[in-house]
Design a protein around this ligand. Structure first.
Ligand code: DX5
Ligand code: ZN
Length: 228
């Protein structure tokens, strides 16, 4: 087996935290060793749910100067939110390839995010073929492969998405491949075996009495594969 260059990264989705205590829950996640904080930005159009936007990211940034704020944009026009989110302090800007692209398509969108000084990711829904991201993998920091239909926490992991993770890992051995939706200690092995290394989880972590135990088990699932 060739040595793997990617690392395990745990990115808890704060959508399921106590949003009235965002600062406190984010701190707890970082103290428990989570590298990133996943923020689900939804506009009620691209997905049938409405969450939060730049003002909340800005407050989180003020509370946690060193946090890596991993923003997952589920909005119709992501280009509109590049400048506001950069200003708010987002670390990473991940946009859906199925959303409306600016003139110049995903390439222009990638450039816009990079020029704003943020890391850039592309995310695809469960039914979008993985080949759609192939032309961009050398220009981006991460690909997020959704393992549920975007919009809500607490849905069931879709194992039939795993061949896409596998195909991308074969094509991009060093890339950060993120999975999001239904990840838990029960589903982590399937995702990690396919080659995912950045794990998003909301309900599995925040719905547990043993959050540290869940985080450790997600990480162990990925690390086991990295070491294999
Ligand atoms: C869904 C979001 C997820 C969500 C995950 O659209 O992108 O980040 O919070 O929730 P769980 O881990 O509960 O499936
Ligand atoms: Zn998400």
């Amino acid at each position: 087996m060739t040595a793997k260059t990617y690392k395990s990264i745990i990115s808890p989705s704060l959508l399921s935290c106590d949003l009235a205590n965002l600062e406190k829950d984010a701190k707890e996640m970082m103290e428990m060793g989570c590298e990133w904080l996943h923020m689900d930005i939804m506009d009620g159009h691209f997905v049938p749910n409405l969450t939060f936007g730049p003002p909340v990211i800005s407050s989180l940034r003020k509370a946690h100067k060193d946090a890596f704020i991993d923003c997952h944009l589920m909005v119709t026009e992501p280009a509109k939110w590049v400048a506001p989110l950069q200003k708010a302090g987002a670390s990473n800007f991940t946009f859906h390839i199925e959303s409306e692209m600016p003139e110049g398509g995903p390439k222009a969108m990638i450039k816009m995010v990079k020029d704003a000084g943020m890391k850039v990711g592309i995310v695809i829904k469960p039914k979008t073929p993985i080949e759609e991201v192939f032309p961009y993998v050398d220009d981006i920091d991460l690909v997020l492969i959704m393992t549920v239909e975007p919009g809500f926490s607490g849905q069931k992991f879709m194992p039939d998405v795993m061949p896409k993770v596998k195909a991308l890992r074969e094509k991009a051995p060093d890339l950060n491949i993120q999975v999001d939706g239904g990840l838990s200690p029960t589903t982590i092995d399937s995702a990690a075996e396919a080659g995912a290394n950045v794990i998003v989880a909301a309900s599995a972590i925040f719905g547990s009495d043993d959050r540290q135990g869940v985080i450790n088990s997600l990480r162990a699932g990925v690390d086991k594969q990295i070491q294999s």
